[in-house]
Design a protein around this ligand. Structure first.
Ligand code: 1CP
Length: 358
């Protein structure tokens, strides 16, 4: 990947990217690190540039997308950038009536209740999101040797916003729909798989070097429900993306019981939150005889507020446990909290790099 973007300077060489090497289980110069939600409210430069522009408007402006995506790369020297967007952006782009409310999250005007409500949900075409193509191309140019991760929301997590109408703690309406009207559920999830495939394809074709499928809220489901109602749809997404050969990361919160299933859905790299140690995650993924695969994680974001001693001790423990996997990408167990201190995040990056240097 990357070669097609021209190599006027050696810094555009992605073949030595620690992130991409780790994602493929190959030897690395140091353990790569990036942070979920590394762009965003924890950065003063983000708050400044976002002033007066809504979240969704920002996602549609290449000048802002490029700048906001680069901000944490400049500040922290992380080993990957993540495209600045949101999991509901492709729905907005095809005309679903939704907004992202500050301090709340995505809010949907007309929650999905019947088959008629599915009409609005169709895959984006490159023409619907030309600003995404433009932003990714410019980012890949400016990022040089740092890979760009494209992302999409997984069918279950996006469906939850569409069915609940907004953020939810228990996902009760979504589960009720699954069990009460499985036909409608599968029709909705299948459409959302197609949305994710289309949105991820646009990003990869524009130059993204890896993709992450966020099934943030899948941990609300039992393994049985996950297997029946979610896995086939997420597997469809991973399968469709396999043609590109870019590493595919699969992440959710509170997914300790689901790790083998989320791995089996087709991930090349399994994201792990802080509840399950990485060596135990590897044991769970391989328990049925499946091959071990690279893992990503899993510092508890709360440790960012614990002080340097405990923080460094946790980083050392996670680096040691990560050795159980054929590749380890360091990350938080979930997103950067908005009140995190950027200097502490910088310290985490420097510590991970220094302690893992080969
Ligand atoms: O105005 C703002 O700053 C709004 C806050 C914000 C931001 C910065 C939202 C609203 N989305 C984003 C960007 C975003 N969203 C990124 C970008 C880049 C980065 O990581 O640096 C990404 C990857 C997402 C993906 C996303 N959106 C997820 C999956 C990741 C996760 O954190 O689990 C989810 C669940 C969403 C929905 C969403 N969008 C925004 C919020 C506050 C939420 C969560 C709402 C809830 O609690 O249900």
């Amino acid at each position: 990947t990357g070669a097609q973007h021209g190599s006027d300077s050696p810094t555009t060489d992605l073949t030595r990217s620690a992130f991409l090497l780790a994602a493929r289980g190959e030897p690395v110069p140091h353990t790569p690190i990036w942070f979920m939600r590394q762009a965003g409210r924890s950065l003063p430069e983000y708050r400044a540039i976002r002033e007066g522009t809504t979240m969704l408007e920002s996602c549609m402006r290449p000048d802002l997308v490029v700048e906001i995506t680069l901000q944490p790369v400049r500040r922290y020297g992380v080993d990957a950038a993540i495209f600045f967007s949101d999991i509901v952006l492709p729905l907005k782009a095809v005309g679903v009536d939704l907004e992202i409310k500050p301090g709340v999250g995505p809010v949907v005007a007309q929650p999905v209740r019947s088959a008629d409500d599915l009409d609005a949900i169709r895959p984006v075409t490159p023409a619907d999101v030309s600003y995404v193509t433009e932003s990714v191309q410019e980012l890949v140019r400016q990022l040089g040797g740092t890979p760009l991760i494209g992302f999409a929301g997984a069918p279950f997590t996006v469906a939850s916003y569409l069915v609940e109408g907004g953020p939810s703690k228990d996902h009760a309406k979504t589960k009720a729909l699954m069990h009460g009207d499985p036909e409608l559920w599968h029709a909705l999830a299948d459409r959302l798989a197609d949305v994710a495939i289309a949105y991820l394809s646009v990003q990869v074709e524009a130059g993204a070097s890896a993709i992450q499928l966020f099934d943030s809220w899948a941990g609300a489901l039992s393994p049985r429900d996950y297997t029946e109602f979610v896995l086939p749809h997420s597997a469809k997404v991973f399968d469709a993306l396999s043609t590109y050969g870019v590493p595919r990361v699969h992440f959710g919160v509170n997914t300790g019981e689901l790790l083998p299933l989320m791995s089996a859905a087709g991930a090349d790299v399994v994201g792990v939150d802080w509840r399950v140690p990485l060596d135990e995650a590897v044991r769970r993924i391989t328990a049925d005889g499946s091959a071990a695969k690279p893992v990503q994680g899993n510092l508890d974001p709360a440790l960012l507020f614990a002080g340097e001693g405990p923080l460094v001790a946790e980083i050392e423990r996670i680096l040691a446990e990560g050795k159980a996997a054929p590749g380890h990408i360091f990350n938080l167990g979930h997103g950067v909290p908005p009140n995190a201190d950027p200097d502490v995040l910088l310290k985490v990056v420097q510590t991970v790099h220094a302690k893992s240097a080969r």
